[in-house]
Ligand binder design. Structure first.
Ligand code: APR
Length: 332
C-alpha cells in the first residue's frame, strides 16, 4: 500500500462504515479544469489581473469599484463564464459519493458551478459566494434573465437594467456584499453534525467561509487536501487531522481507489470532458486531421511491400480518402 493510501485509509474506512462527507471547496479544485485560482503566486488570477489596470487585484470583485467601472469584471466574466469547462476528477468524486449515499453537503466558494455540472444535486450544494446562475440590477435589484445578460456581453455591452438602466451583475458575492441567507441557515444546522470534513483547494483567507472547518464538532474527522497548509490546519491542528499537501485530483483518484470506485471515476471524468471541454477551433481540427494523415502515411511506408492483387481498396485507404476530403472542405 502506498504512503498516500495509508494516509487516506482512515477516510475510506469511515466512509465504508457509513459516515458521510461534508466538503469545503475552494478554487484549487477547479484549476485542472483550466480555471485559475485566485492566490497561487504565478498562475493565480490576482497575479494576472494587472492587464486590467485595477487599483488593487480584488477590485474586480469589489461592489463599490463595480458601480464605478464594471468593465474589468465583465472582461473577466467573459473568460470564466460557465459552459466551456469540464468538471475535474475531484468534482466527479463528489458525484460518486452522492450516488453511494456518502455525501452530506458541499460548501463551495467557487462560482464556476462545476459541482452542479458533475451532477451533484441542488439540495447538497451551498454556493457561499453565489454563482452565475441568476443576475440582478445593483440599483433596483430587478432580475435579468441569463439569455439577455449573455446577449449584452456578446455584443460587448455592459448588461444594464431595462427598468432603471443601472448595471446588472450575476449573483456572485462581491466584497462589500453579504453572503446568501441560506449559507448561514444551513451551516447552523450542519456544523455540529459533520462526520467527515474534506477541505480542498482553498487558502481559507476569506471570512466567514474560512471559519467553517474550525467550527465542525470535535468528533468530526477532518482532512485538508491542498498544496499548502492553511487555516487552523496550520495554526491549531487537531490530533486527528489528516493533512495531504498534494494535488486534489490525484487524491480524488487515490480515495476512489480505496473505495473501489476508481473505474467509475475515470469513466465519469472522460464523459464530462467530452461533453463540456472547449470545442476545437477549425484550425486545430484541420491540424489534428493532417497530423493523423501524416502519421498514417508514415505507418504505410513501413509496411512490407507485397504484391497486391487488384482488390477493393483497403479500409485504411477509404478512411484516408474521407479524411483528405474533410481537410479540403474545412480549408475552404
Ligand atoms: N490541488 C490542491 N490545491 C490546489 C490546487 C490543486 N490542483 N490548485 C491550487 N491549490 C491551492 C492553492 O495552493 C491555494 O492554497 O488552492 C488554494 C486556492 O486558494 P485561493 O486562490 O485563495 O482560492 P480560494 O480559497 O477559493 O479563494 C477564496 O477569495 O477572492 C475570493 O471570492 C473569491 O471565493 C474566492 C475566495
Amino acid at each position: 500500500m502506498s504512503d498516500l493510501d495509508s494516509i487516506l485509509q482512515p477516510i475510506a474506512d469511515a466512509i465504508k462504515k457509513g459516515k458521510k462527507v461534508t466538503f469545503f471547496n475552494g478554487a484549487g479544485i477547479s484549476t485542472s479544469a483550466g480555471i485559475p485560482d485566485f492566490r497561487s503566486p504565478e498562475s493565480g488570477l490576482y497575479a494576472n489581473l494587472a492587464k486590467l489596470n485595477l487599483p488593487f487585484a480584488e477590485a474586480v470583485f469589489d461592489l463599490d469599484f463595480f458601480m464605478e467601472n464594471p468593465q474589468p469584471f465583465y472582461t473577466l466574466a467573459s473568460e470564466l463564464y460557465p459552459g466551456s469547462f469540464a468538471p475535474t476528477k475531484f468534482h466527479q468524486m463528489i458525484k460518486l459519493l452522492q450516488d453511494q449515499n456518502s455525501l452530506s453537503r458541499v460548501y463551495t466558494q467557487n462560482i464556476d458551478t462545476l459541482e452542479r455540472l458533475a451532477g451533484v444535486e441542488d439540495k447538497y450544494i451551498v454556493e457561499a459566494h453565489g454563482s452565475f446562475a441568476t443576475n440582478h440590477c445593483v440599483q433596483c435589484h430587478s432580475e435579468m434573465d441569463t439569455e439577455t445578460l449573455k446577449k449584452d456581453m456578446k455584443e460587448n455591452r455592459i448588461p444594464s437594467c431595462r427598468s432603471c438602466e443601472g448595471y446588472v451583475k450575476p449573483d456572485i458575492v462581491f466584497f462589500g456584499e453579504g453572503l446568501p441567507k441560506s449559507f448561514f441557515k444551513t451551516w447552523s444546522k450542519d456544523s455540529k453534525h459533520v462526520e467527515i470534513a474534506i477541505v480542498a483547494g482553498t487558502s481559507l483567507t476569506v471570512q466567514p467561509f474560512a471559519f467553517l472547518p474550525s467550527e465542525v464538532g470535535k468528533k468530526a474527522l477532518r482532512i485538508l487536501i491542498n498544496k499548502e497548509k492553511v487555516g487552523d490546519f496550520k495554526h491549531h491542528p487537531r490530533k486527528s487531522d489528516i493533512i495531504v499537501l498534494n494535488d486534489c485530483d490525484l487524491i480524488a483518484e487515490k480515495l476512489c481507489g480505496l473505495l473501489g470506485i476508481e473505474d467509475k471515476l475515470n469513466e465519469l471524468y472522460e464523459k464530462g470532458k467530452s461533453k463540456y471541454s472547449k470545442p476545437e477551433t477549425k484550425e486545430e481540427l484541420v491540424h489534428d486531421i493532417e497530423e493523423k494523415l501524416k502519421s498514417e502515411a508514415n505507418l504505410k511506408q513501413k509496411e512490407p511491400s507485397e504484391e497486391q492483387e487488384e482488390t477493393t481498396p483497403k479500409k485504411e485507404d477509404k478512411e484516408e480518402e474521407e479524411l483528405t476530403d474533410l481537410v479540403d472542405k474545412l480549408k475552404i
